[in-house]
Design a protein around this ligand. Structure first.
Ligand SMILES: CSC[C@@H](O)[C@@H](O)C(=O)COP(=O)(O)O
Length: 504
């Protein structure tokens, strides 16, 4: 598919989205100021597209600031900061700029390679998300052809190629499963009317355009089977920032009992935010509202409220679909862990059913979500993480990274150099020890202990003693799995215990 953004021998070449549908104007951006102007005025727009453009912008800056083979990193960083803040709401822009900057120490060519890799991967990413979303819609809405309502522009213009919500519509249309697309015009800049309608015409997909205020009525009147939109930023619990008007569509969809599905790349998920209250909503100039076709429509003295985006809370979102997962807000983490746990009979000894968490650790998203749940359960109440050997290590590291706290490793005997603090604990046959390096746990610290499984509670109880022996306090004990029949929780009654899944 033809790309809306390319790298053209030292310049960023892009379709000027401000001129469509009347005029196919191409811009060749050769300076950072030109790029920032293009992003700020929506010549380049749509979260994934501004991300790719931002990365190419860092490559351009690196090139411009390389003289006689010497790269001026400070100047590139200053340009990168300006690019990243050209629009505040879509997290893809900062994500892409940071990803490109990561290669800066290797020189301008390395930064360009990274940006081009993002550009190359863009279509593949959106096609993968679209396939998943199309399957989900078939499952949710029954056999098509479907009547789909969408908002703003989420197509090849907004993503460099293919699209997210519009990519999903393309995917369904390719197999004759779209009866009609209803497109909200998307005031004030008319991305729906000018851009989505243009892409739908280009692809020959049946559609009708309506004013934004007719969308909810179309849903209420039974003209719509599902609402599918893109996103500019998605929080870890599934709150969704998208073009202003999206929230109202979600309310209408819930009232009508139809699915409200968000399609976006993983780069739109902001790992740092749990809920949408922390998302900065861009407010745009008042003349976008007061003027129409260059003519003033409102009195001079009338002030304006012109947010470019809104936030739809996760409880109105049926699913967020990315290239690698379907996030069902409020969906049960325990069920996902259960689906990834292999039960191995008679291991390690006859009569024991071993809960093998290997596939849980193999699923990066599940590790992240489990760590997030552990973090949430004790948020603001710990300042250190103690991870227990061996399967507590990877999870503890993710929890510590999320919370921004130090990580201390509790090891089996004989692994740590220097003096150690050590506790002994009983096993079914014999005993074992847990050790930390002396001083690794600071007296007075509030420690969250992380391990994989709570069975009899012996290991966690020992870990808690290790914490207390070093003068620190136990904030809580967190595990992936709790085998409730083994009564470990009773042994740990003095502590708060969190387990992401319980097995009886
Ligand atoms: C795949 S594009 C997703 C979003 O960026 C899109 O829905 C949107 O809200 C774009 O807003 P815009 O102001 O046109 O950049």
């Amino acid at each position: 598919m033809e790309r809306s953004i390319t790298w053209d021998d030292g310049a960023i070449r892009t379709l000027d989205q401000r001129a469509l549908p009347d005029e196919h104007r191409t811009l060749r951006l050769t300076t950072i100021d030109e790029l920032i102007e293009a992003i700020a005025t929506l010549a380049i727009r749509g979260a994934p597209a501004i991300g790719v453009a931002g990365a190419l912008g860092v490559a351009l800056a690196a090139r411009l600031h390389t003289v006689d083979g010497r790269l001026d990193e400070t100047a590139v960083l200053a340009d990168a900061k300006r690019i990243a803040t050209a629009r505040p709401t879509a997290v893809n822009l900062t994500w892409a700029v940071e990803r490109a900057l990561f290669r800066l120490p290797q020189g301008a060519d390395a930064v360009l390679d990274e940006a081009l890799a993002m550009l190359d991967g863009d279509e593949r990413t959106h096609r993968a998300a679209s396939r998943r979303a199309a399957d989900l819609l078939r499952q949710q809405c029954g056999k098509g052809p479907l009547r789909i309502l969408t908002h703003c522009n989420t197509g090849r213009l907004a993503t460099t190629a293919w699209g997210t919500a519009l990519g999903t519509i393309r995917e369904l249309a390719a197999s004759g499963e779209v009866q009609e697309v209803i497109v909200g015009e998307t005031r004030p800049l008319l991305q729906g009317a000018r851009l989505t309608a243009w892409e739908l015409v280009e692809d020959g997909i049946p559609h009708r355009l309506c004013v934004d205020s007719a969308s909810a009525w179309a849903i209420a009147s039974g003209l719509v089977d599902c609402v599918v939109v893109g996103a500019d930023r998605i929080t870890t619990r599934g709150d969704v920032a998208n073009k202003i008007g999206t929230y109202a569509l979600a309310v209408a969809a819930q009232r009508a009992g139809i699915p409200f599905v968000v399609v976006a790349p993983e780069s739109t998920v902001d790992e740092r935010l749990l809920d949408g209250s922390g998302i900065m909503i861009e407010e745009r100039a008042s003349d976008e509202v007061t003027h129409h076709g260059g003519r003033r429509m409102a009195p001079e003295a009338t002030p304006v409220f012109n947010p470019a985006f809104d936030v739809t809370p996760s409880d109105l979102v049926t699913a967020v679909v990315t290239e690698s997962r379907i996030l069902v807000p409020g969906g049960d983490l325990a069920d996902r862990i259960a689906a990834c746990t292999r039960v191995v009979p008679d291991f390690p000894t006859a009569g024991v059913s071993f809960q093998d968490l290997g596939p849980v650790y193999a699923d990066a998203t599940l590790v992240r979500d489990t760590a997030a749940a552990m973090h949430r359960a004790f948020q603001g109440r710990f300042d250190s993480v103690l991870a227990l050997e061996a399967r507590g290590f990877p999870l503890g590291a993710v929890v510590a990274q999320r919370a921004g706290t130090p990580l201390v490793l509790a090891r089996k005997p004989g692994k740590l150099p220097g003096t150690v603090d050590s506790v002994q604990y009983g096993l079914e046959y014999g005993s074992d020890r847990l050790e930390t390096q002396s001083g690794a746990l600071t007296p007075g610290a509030h420690v969250l202990v992380v391990d994989d499984v709570l069975a009899t509670g012996g290991t966690l109880e020992a870990a808690a003693r290790l914490v207390e022996r070093s003068g620190a306090r136990v904030s809580g004990l967190a595990t992936v799995l709790e085998l409730t029949a083994l009564g470990g929780r009773e042994k740990l009654a003095a502590h708060e215990v969190f387990a992401a899944r319980h097995v009886t």
